[in-house]
Design a protein around this ligand. Sequence first.
Ligand SMILES: NC(=O)c1ccc[n+]([C@@H]2O[C@H](COP(=O)([O-])OP(=O)(O)OC[C@H]3O[C@@H](n4cnc5c(N)ncnc54)[C@H](OP(=O)(O)O)[C@@H]3O)[C@@H](O)[C@H]2O)c1
Length: 823
Amino acid sequence: MQAQVEALPSQQLVSLTGLFLITEDGLSVASHVAAALQQKGATTAILNSSTLAEPEKLEQAIAQLRQLHGSVTGIIHLAPLAALELPETLAGWRQITQIHCKSLFQLLHLCAADLQQAGQQQMGCVVAASLLGGYFGRQGQGGSGLPTGGSNTGFLKTLVTEWPGVRAKAIDFDNSLSPVSIAEQIVKELLSSGRLEVGYPQGQRTIFQTVTAKLARENQPAPLTPTRDWVVLVTGGARGITAEIVNDLAQSGLKLVITGRAAEPVAETTDTAGIEDITVLRRVLLQRARTQGLTPTPIQIERQLQGLLRDRAIANNLQQFRQAGAQVEYVAVDVRNAEEFGAAINSIYTRYGRLDAVIHGAGIIEDKLIADKNFASLERVFDTKADSTFLLYRYLRPESLKLLVLFSSVAGRYGNRGQSDYAAANEVMNRFAWHMDCSWSNTRVVAINWGPWDTTGMASEEVKRQFRERGIVPIPLSAGRHFFLEELHYGRKGETEIVAGEGPWEAYEANLNSLKGIGEQGAESKKQIRANAPYLLLPSAPQLQPNGTVTLEHTFSLATDPYLQDHRLDGKPVLPAAGALEWFGEFVQSAWPEWQVSEVCQLRVLRGLVLDTEAGKKVLFKARASSHADSESLQVAAEIVDPERNIPFYRASVILRPQWSEPPTSEILPLSSGEKLQPAVAYDTYLFHGQRFQLITAIDRLNDAGIDAQVMPSRPTAWLNSQPIANWLFDPGLIDVAPQLAIVWARVQRGTTALPARFGSVKRYGQSMPNGQLRIAFRVNHFDDHSLNYDAVFIDENGYVRFHLKDIESTCNTALNRLASHL
Ligand SMILES: NC(=O)c1ccc[n+]([C@@H]2O[C@H](COP(=O)([O-])OP(=O)(O)OC[C@H]3O[C@@H](n4cnc5c(N)ncnc54)[C@H](OP(=O)(O)O)[C@@H]3O)[C@@H](O)[C@H]2O)c1
């Protein structure tokens, strides 16, 4: 990171509005900031340290202030602006991380809706300050604040990726400016554009650019060469990317102490040993449970499988290190626990009399947007890195330690959507690395900010996809290992904050906070929402409008939607209700990718969407999240309208949840008796559906109470005349079988045709789509001359419910019997 002096960019805001929450600092800057903000038109409230120290108290205070003054437009987090010594105990450190770091997360989380709303008017701002010497602890200029101030950059760089329109600044100071001058700079930065990360060493406005730096190897002796007598501690070293690196270190004689949370694995049982195929392993685990008289859910089997794979990885890695000749000890400790971790480190010194190098790889992720993340999850992710780094600082003996490597992440250095806690923790680690490197003269301390690794470790496909979109190339295994070895041999003391991996880091950082100026809204200010996965039906990504509505334009035609060919009423292609259901599902899922579409409720057919012209039918999809979202569910109201006349065709309410719902086992008994009917007869005599929709494979029983039938899922390739790039969310062909059975039942039992008018609820279960035959239990709730109300349950071959349709209403009319003759 290269410091560069840069003048303050142009001012963008001239006046402020709404409530600004300011956290109390240790230099008395807060009151000056409050006065300056009030002059600009804002209402202000200062939250004192005792309130910040207790999460419940802070939550209450925010609720009261919002009730008193209305919604929050800005947050000015000054708490880390305090000259402090690092505490002696973990309890002391945790008090400080609550006030400096976690309180900022709470403020953002609790004011998320207000700030996002303010962001849409380009008025929302979050500014956070630290006292790390103006260079964020770099260049030997530690300042008198604590590394906890680093969490500001992690939180804020993530925030701007999640809340478009909210401006954010993380500003670092030294002790050269008076409290009044610091307040002045904070307010000037808040009103101006420019980079998110800004420092004021000696009052000089400074930015930090990522620059390429070659290792000095030519004609230079390697500064550090690990020798066989070294004792090395590796946290998280039995798995993932850290284990890959240890593979290159392990050599005869080296003493390796490896830690992890899991207990050291025992030998694998014979029924699974040697099986590599995941599908076979799943089957064996299921079989094992069944022979024990258990009926496990798929998620329980998945957990067992993940545990087995983790234990295998640990066992294999430890064996490899030993085979390389290293003397290996595995210790199960939680690195957040002072007693356990402290005792493990002390025991190394007691038993070996030395500890030469530490590689700190322990870390976890639990990705969620700031608005959706809960405090307990934040603590797990944050503490795993921040507390463990503090404990290393307290327990290591720097006089004999040669090397400390902290595994940090580009998610911290540059922010990453959904990873606010992880980013904040990595940035605390980066600042701590500088603090230790400056204070420990015998030790090289380096924080490697890894980009995502390609084939191993914690980076999920989604995280890698997000990085790829930013032009960041996942690191191949061999390249990651090579990078570490080079850094180990040729890196020098003082080269403390390093980015590893290919990416346009500097260009990304330079644009991170780029906002359009006030008054530049309109077409330009529409933000394109990046869909996190390809969707079968969507022609493009939805757009977020300045008023918060998500929209998507589409023209239905036989070219774009060839499946309509096979769904004709009186000869004209018509979008079926089950088709509208899939469209709603995909549209809403792509706009809220961090949630899972779980259910579509009250889907109403208001007007037939008929292709009656060659030009096709232009429509506008619209969606808006309900303001009553909680961490368990989010409700989105969606409709498909005629854009010219603003008349709706379909309307529905889509329910999203944090995770897909586990499939329950079916309790439904088959009908006790009933007529058999050949599907071909049903399609020839009663239905009007063409080839793609003909998915009923058997009608086993039909009586007054309903129908038992069998169906196959539809094939996207046949439906769309193209190679599928994804799978359905609901499968419109499959779901359409329920209204088809309604027609068959109404014709056979009552001589009338029933067309769908409303789907009360359609709920999907399981992460993936079923791909084999399913049973359908179609049960009539009510019938009169004009309407038929029914439920339908789709059950897979293992007896799990995959779709549950409840309270489905069809309108009946004998005149509609004509539709079947149009085939
Ligand atoms: N993989 C990447 O692409 C990537 C990119 C950037 C940075 N990093 C960083 O590199 C490090 C390793 O990542 P990875 O991908 O190899 O992760 P991983 O495969 O998930 O392994 C994480 C390791 O950390 C251990 N661990 C987690 N929480 C712990 C706790 N509270 N106490 C003790 N040990 C704990 C785990 O122990 P158990 O085995 O017992 O669970 C495991 O050994 C992390 O710090 C991560 O932030 C990774």
